[in-house]
Design a protein around this ligand. Structure first.
Ligand code: OGA
Ligand code: MN
Length: 208
């Protein structure tokens, strides 16, 4: 685990267990988030991104009212060093989360996401109704010098009172947000500038 993450880890663990979510500013170095952003851009220009979908049972026309971002799923076999670096960080983070919060996280799925100006994702939670595998959501932002006027904040709602906004997070380069996938309502405000992120889920395999 890199130094920045390591030094912020105790606070992250405390906040996550106390309020169900935590923000870690500058979880990775600028160089590493910029490398991820340029690999995202290359995959974008190769036409790999698709319109994102929401849970099951929605028509395509309804999707667009809920979210309008474009995504590209990543995998272990992605050769880019930037992605391998991130997967390694997540592996170390997973070990720390399992040891300290007594979780049994065993898998990680992630995708790049791009919100063009005008794109948004309405208030939602991340766990699907018919699939309990998603335990923690992990979002890494990949945007340099994000300004207040760019909007596109990630809103986090109180776990006990989901009408109350408890944080408006700028999607600033290298910042990482973690929250409980089943509990925490969140939303992406309509962005005014192209907004990049790497969003993933730490999962537990169902036990039978
Ligand atoms: C998601 C999501 C937020 C973001 O993909 O489920 O809430 O800031 N993303 O990219
Ligand atoms: Mn979400």
């Amino acid at each position: 685990m890199n130094e920045r993450m390591l030094s912020q880890l105790p606070r992250l663990l405390d906040e996550l267990s106390e309020s169900g979510w935590a923000l870690m500013p500058q979880a990775i170095d600028d160089i590493d988030s910029s490398a991820l952003a340029s690999d995202l851009d290359r995959q974008w220009s190769e036409g790999r991104f698709k319109n994102a979908h929401v849970g099951q049972g929605f028509e395509q026309s309804e999707h667009k009212k809920i979210r309008s971002d474009k995504i590209h799923w990543l995998g272990d076999d992605d050769p880019e060093l930037s992605i391998q670096y991130w997967l390694n960080e997540v592996k170390d983070l997973t070990t720390a989360l399992n040891e300290n919060l007594f979780l049994s996280l065993s898998a990680y799925d992630c995708h790049f996401a791009c919100y063009d100006p005008g794109d948004f994702y309405q208030k939602h939670r991340d766990r699907f109704r018919n699939n309990p595998e998603r335990i923690l959501s992990v979002i890494l932002f990949l945007n340099k010098d994000w300004l207040t006027k760019d909007a596109g904040e990630l809103l986090i709602f109180d776990d006990e009172n989901p009408e109350r906004i408890v944080a408006e997070i700028k999607p600033e380069n290298g910042s990482m947000v973690i929250f409980q996938s089943d509990k925490i309502f969140h939303e992406v405000r309509t962005t005014k500038r192209r907004r990049l992120s790497l969003t993933g889920w730490l999962k537990s395999s169902p036990r039978f």
